[in-house]
Design a binder for this molecule. Structure first.
Ligand code: FAD
Length: 449
């Protein structure tokens, strides 16, 4: 019988267990639903999604059906039209995804069959010996490694079934390829990945913290959209000549962070927008809508805080819809500890602009920086934005790439223009880091008492 494959965070054909399950039964009608719940997503995330949909449309020989509407209405209608015997999906574990899938399941009179997840190890699978979920990365990562991932799923021979796309879907499929970040879709993801395997993996450990060099894989939006599955990456790393290198180990550990955060979100859905650690609930933050914080918050968003490393990151985010991980950490810390703004306000801004915007990685990345989340960074560790810049962008190249006002002074001096006669057009520092650090620590001490 015909089945429907409802694509979500799995916009690829290779290594796709749900496609394998669907294709075994007969013709497959592939569909993507433009869900109004995501209308608020920022332009970079929408471009990345639409690019991946166009690529998937091509890969299915034009079979991909794209329709706009609430999934619990679109899917039952498609099932009636096609006479499909089941709807296949990859299992979703985010709070919204789970609610949505439960509603779709109620609305369908055929089965919603979930096979696989966007992760090497499905969120919720690993538990401590006492049956409770992990809250600390290192033991989670040990259990994750011991558990291991199945090898990539084989590519099935698929007979695509047909159904019409609606006008909203047709507009998306006809859209221009914005061509950002080397192209969207599965083939582009695999090209990016092969380039990283050849030129980046072995030296990843030394270079991953350097925003001035292209030392990371740039696969985050691909992993977010599922144009590549992490299991494929893990299998390729294991088979690679540099598979045993420190670079490879560090890279695998970063993939594990992504899986850890998805697991934490699965067990604590509220942590998407609220402190995971309850003990800092009385920490006092400033109202981001009231002065002087409102002006400073706006300066942070615009990349005009007067701290070059922070500003370069915020401007990279505005220009590219992506920011280097080291700088994400520093800019997040600056908002929380120097401007005393509660992390969800910053997380919302990131999620609006990042093309890889992902609720689990973003919110928990913010909680890590804010000291309210899982184990990693205690609140009292406050990043010094100048020292971080000098250390990880030693020649000032990254800062100068995004902040043209800092063309002079040359070299590392770009991180401290105030010590070198200033830079025309570049703003004064909005706060004094040393003073705000003391203030942040005082608030923290008060909250713990
Ligand atoms: P690489 O260094 O090549 O890493 C490979 C992959 O591992 C990444 O693509 C990503 O999927 C995963 N990964 C790497 N570092 C992390 C990490 N710290 N946490 C979780 N997964 C990781 N990542 C997102 O995918 N979406 C987000 O919305 C997001 N928001 C973040 C917000 C903050 C405040 C912080 C500190 C980090 C955030 N990250 C997020 C994690 C990380 O910054 C990005 O995954 C990384 O910069 C993407 O670049 P890359 O693909 O070149 O990474």
């Amino acid at each position: 019988p015909t089945t429907v494959l409802w694509f979500r965070r799995d916009l690829r054909l290779r290594d796709h267990p749900a496609l394998l399950a669907a294709a075994g039964a007969g013709p497959v009608v592939p569909v993507f639903v433009l869900d109004p719940a995501f209308d608020g997503a920022g332009a970079a995330r929408r471009d990345a999604l639409h690019g991946a949909l166009r690529s998937l449309h091509e890969a299915t020989g034009g079979a991909l059906v794209v329709r706009r509407g609430r999934p619990e209405e679109v899917l039952p209608a498609l099932v009636r039209e096609t006479g499909a015997a089941a709807v296949h999906v990859s299992r979703e574990t985010t709070p919204y995804g789970r609610r949505r899938d439960a509603e779709v399941e109620r609305a369908l009179d055929v089965d919603l069959v979930a096979t696989g997840t966007p992760y090497a190890v499905g969120p919720g699978v690993l538990r401590k010996a006492d049956g409770t979920p992990y809250r600390v990365f290192t033991p989670f990562s040990r259990a994750w490694r011991d558990h291991g991932a199945p090898g990539p799923a084989p590519l099935p021979a698929v007979r695509w079934g047909a159904a019409p796309t609606d006008p909203a879907g047709a507009r998306v499929l006809a859209g221009p390829d914005t061509g950002r970040a080397g192209g969207a879709g599965e083939d582009a993801a695999l090209r990016r990945w092969e380039a990283f395997l050849d030129n980046g993996l072995e030296r990843y450990a030394e270079r991953r913290d350097r925003p001035d060099v292209a030392g990371t894989s740039r696969l985050s939006a691909d992993l977010k959209l599922g144009t590549v599955h992490p299991r494929t990456l893990l299998a390729d790393v294991a088979a690679h000549r540099a598979g045993g290198s420190r670079g490879a180990q560090t890279f695998v550990s970063e993939l594990c962070w992504r899986e850890f955060y998805a697991d934490v979100l699965h067990h604590h859905p509220a942590s998407a927008w609220a402190d995971l650690r309850a003990d800092l609930g009385s920490l006092v933050y400033d109202d981001p809508a009231a002065e002087p914080t409102a002006t400073r918050f706006e300066a942070w968003r615009a990349g005009r805080t007067g701290y070059p490393f922070v500003d370069a990151g915020m401007r990279q985010l505005l220009a590219e819809g992506w920011m280097h991980n080291r700088v994400r950490m520093v800019t997040a810390s600056f908002l929380v500890k120097d401007l005393h703004v509660w992390w969800p306000h910053g997380a919302r801004h990131f999620l609006d602009l990042l093309r890889d915007g992902d609720i689990a990685s973003n919110s928990h990345g913010w909680q890590w920086a804010a000291g309210t989340g899982t184990d990693a960074a205690p609140y009292f560790r406050v990043f010094n934005p100048v020292a971080q810049g000098l250390r990880f962008d030693p020649d000032g190249d990254y800062v100068r790439r995004y902040v043209p006002e800092l063309a002079h002074p040359a070299g590392a001096a770009a991180h401290e223009p105030w010590r070198h006669g200033g830079a025309p057009g570049y703003p004064e520092r909005v706060v004094d880091h040393a003073a705000e650090r003391v203030e942040a620590l005082a608030r923290y001490e008060a909250a713990r008492r």
